[in-house]
Design a protein around this ligand. Structure first.
Ligand code: ADP
Ligand code: ASP
Ligand code: MG
Length: 307
C-alpha cells in the first residue's frame, strides 16, 4: 500500500519502554506498506548537551566537555544494555557508540586547541548531529534483531543544503537526486532505512543542520524525494493539540487540520512541528499525521488539504 515515512522524535527513542513501542510500530506498519522509511531524532536532551559541550570546548573547558561526553556515553550504553539484543549486535553497537563519541571528542579537542571569541554556527554543526547518528544506529540494530533488514543511514550524503549553518535550507533537486540514487534502491530490497534527522551537508561536504527540531523537516525532504503517500510524526502527545499540553491540562487533540492551520500554529511557536516542514508537504499534497508513540491505536491529527 504505497510508501510511508515515519519520524520518531527524541522522546520516543530515549528509553527502553519507548523503543519497544517504536519497534512494534515499525514492525506493524512494515506489513501494511510496500515501502517504509524511518527518520529518527537524537535521544531527548542530547542535542542540548552537544551544544553545551561545544561551547565548553570553545572556552577551553576541557574537563567540562569531557564530562558531558562521558555522560552521553554512559547514557547510550545503558540504553543499549537494556534492549533485547543478541551478543554480536550489542557488541557492534557498543563499538559504534564508542567510535562516534571518540571522533566527536577529537573534534572538540581541535575546537579547544583553536579558541575563538565566538562559537560559530558552522563549528556547532560539525558536532551536534552526532546525537542523530547514535540514535539511528540503535534503532536499526533493534529492528535487525527482529529479523527485518534495516540499515542506519546518515543524511550528510543525502540532504544537500546551502551554508546557512544552524538553519540550513535544503536544495530539493540535489537532495532528491542523492536520495533517488543512494537510498531508494534499498526499498526495492525491503530494507528499512533508519535515517538521521536534522543533519545535512553543503555540496562540498561541510556538515550543516536544519535548525532545532529539524528532524521533522528531514521527514518532509525524504517524503517528497521518495514520493511518499504519507508522512507520520510520532511524538509524546496525542497529536496537534489546542494548546501546549505541558502548560494546559485541558488541551485537546485536534483530529483534522488543514496545512494552513497547522503551518500557522507551527509558525507561532507550537514546538510539536518544525515551521518549515509543512509548506513543501502541502505543495506535494502529502498528508501528514501526528501520533502518540505510547498510544498508537489513537488516530492522532491528520493534516491534509481536504480539511
Ligand atoms: P519530538 O521529540 O517528538 O520532536 P517535541 O518536543 O519537538 O517532540 O514536540 C512535542 C512537544 O511539543 C510536546 O511534548 C508538547 O509539549 C509540545 N507542544 C507545544 N505546543 C503543542 C501543541 N499545540 N500540540 C501538541 N504539542 C505541543
Ligand atoms: N535533535 C535535534 C534537536 O534537538 C533535532 C530534532 O529533535 O528534531 O533540535
Ligand atoms: Mg521536535
Amino acid at each position: 500500500m504505497g510508501t510511508l515515512v515515519m519520524k520518531f522524535g527524541g522522546l520516543s527513542v530515549g528509553t527502553p519502554t519507548a523503543l519497544t513501542q517504536v519497534l512494534s510500530i515499525i514492525l506493524h506498519e512494515r506489513e501494511k506498506w510496500d515501502k517504509l522509511l524511518v527518520v529518527v531524532s537524537a535521544l531527548e536532551g542530547v542535542t542540548d548537551s552537544l551544544i553545551e559541550a561545544t561551547r565548553l570546548a570553545q572556552i577551553t573547558n576541557r574537563r567540562g566537555y569531557r564530562r558531558i561526553v562521558a555522560t552521553l556515553r554512559t547514557r547510550h550504553l545503558a540504553l543499549i544494555d537494556h534492549l533485547p539484543l543478541g551478543t554480536t549486535e550489542r557488541k557492534a553497537l557498543q563499538a559504534d557508540v564508542d567510535r562516534l563519541l571518540f571522533d566527536m571528542l577529537d573534534r572538540l579537542q581541535t575546537i579547544a586547541d583553536n579558541p575563538t571569541d565566538e562559537l560559530s554556527p558552522q563549528v556547532l554543526d560539525s558536532v551536534t548531529g552526532v546525537g542523530e547518528r547514535l540514535a539511528a544506529r540503535i534503532v536499526a540494530a533493534l529492528i535487525r534483531q527482529n529479523t527485518v533488514r534495516a540499515v542506519a543511514i546518515a543524511t550528510d550524503t543525502l540532504v544537500v543544503t546551502d551554508d546557512t549553518f544552524g538553519n540550513a535550507v535544503p536544495d530539493m533537486a540535489a537532495s532528491c537526486e542523492q536520495i533517488t540514487h543512494n537510498l531508494l534502491p534499498m526499498l526495492e530490497r525491503r530494507i528499512v532505512p533508519v535515517i538521521t534527522g536534522y543533519i545535512g551537508a553543503t555540496p562540498d561536504g561541510q556538515l550543516t543542520t536544519l535548525g532545532r527540531g529539524g528532524s521533522d523537516y528531514t521527514a518532509t525532504i525524504i517524503g517528497i524525494c521518495a514520493g511518499a503517500d504519507e508522512v507520520w510524526l510520532w511524538t509524546d502527545v496525542d497529536g496537534m493539540m489546542t494548546t501546549d499540553p505541558r502548560d494546559f491540562e485541558n488541551a485537546r487533540a485536534i483530529p483534522t487540520m488543514s496545512y494552513e492551520e497547522v503551518g500557522e500554529m507551527a509558525y507561532f511557536g507550537a514546538r510539536v512541528l518544525h515551521p518549515r516542514m509543512v509548506g513543501p508537504l502541502q505543495d506535494a499534497r502529502i498528508p501528514l499525521r501526528i501520533k502518540n508513540v505510547f498510544k498508537p491505536q489513537q488516530p492522532g491529527t491528520l493534516i491534509s488539504e481536504t480539511n
